[in-house]
Write a protein that binds this ligand. Structure first.
Ligand code: F6R
Length: 244
């Protein structure tokens, strides 16, 4: 646990910074798995600062975002495509062709092939070096809601009503939140070599306790991370309040 979310964000940013610099020195790419939402904002702010003020070169970085609402136009103010560009990509030198985000504009009959290809692209890039995660109040990672098995991969899912309620203020009402999403699966996430899950705020305290201290279960997909050999939970003191 960290005294503040800012300190946790700086820690993760430093780990990414170290890896990217060492890969750059070897002329090799770094593959990052990225999340949206309120949790990683401080991390992205710090990465932008490292890029602008400290010479962090992200031109060899390849990114894969966890999820996107479905259906949603790219230019929609709520799309994760737009959010990622406004929050990170427009401010650093990651190449557009190295950015991957699930596509909320596909026709329904195109989704399965897109998801298989997304998995293939992660593999072709060499697999994810560092995966950044938040945790939803349902215990989801990505949009792997309760009931998602440990071996699921990138696919279309139906959002839990708690998740839609949590997203409702931004959409001016729950009825405007898309019912579905395309998300990387639990297995896609577990394949990452290193995982940082950040959980900040008292509203995350109960689910953080369950994910960390109760036996792994499909009912809380973040709990599967207990079985990952290199997964770190970074908490602020409010989110850590219910740990024993
Ligand atoms: C976002 C994602 C979600 C969020 C989670 C927490 O790409 O995959 O799992 O990380 O819903 O959201 P915030 O950070 O807004 O509390």
């Amino acid at each position: 646990a960290f005294p503040s979310s800012g300190a946790a964000a700086k820690f993760v940013a430093r780990e990414i910074d170290k890896l990217v610099r060492s890969r750059n020195a070897a002329g090799k790419p770094t593959v990052l798995g990225l999340a949206t939402g309120s949790t990683p904002v401080g991390l992205y702010r710090e990465l932008i600062r490292l890029h602008k003020e400290d010479g962090l070169d992200l031109s060899r970085v390849i990114t894969f975002n966890l999820d996107e609402y479905y259906p949603i136009p790219k230019e929609d103010p709520h799309s994760y495509f737009r959010w990622m560009h406004e929050t990170l990509f427009n401010h650093v030198n990651i190449k557009w062709e190295n950015i991957h985000i699930p596509d909320g504009t596909l026709r329904p009959d195109e989704v399965d092939a897109f998801c298989a290809e997304y998995e293939q692209k992660i593999k072709a890039a060499g697999g994810i070096d560092i995966q950044v995660l938040g945790i939803g109040r349902t215990g989801h990672i990505g949009f792997n809601e309760p009931g998602s098995p440990h071996n699921c991969r990138t696919r279309m899912v139906t959002l839990d009503s708690i998740t839609r309620r949590d997203a409702a203020p931004g959409f001016f009402g729950e009825e405007n939140v898309p019912a579905q999403a395309i998300t990387m699966g639990v297995a896609s996430i577990m394949d990452a070599r290193r995982i940082f899950l950040m959980s900040f705020g008292e509203h995350k305290a109960t689910i953080t306790y369950k994910a960390l201290e109760q036996p792994p279960t499909e009912a809380i997909t973040a709990s599967f991370l207990q079985d990952h050999t290199n997964a770190t939970f970074l908490l602020d003191s409010a989110a850590a309040a219910e740990l024993t």
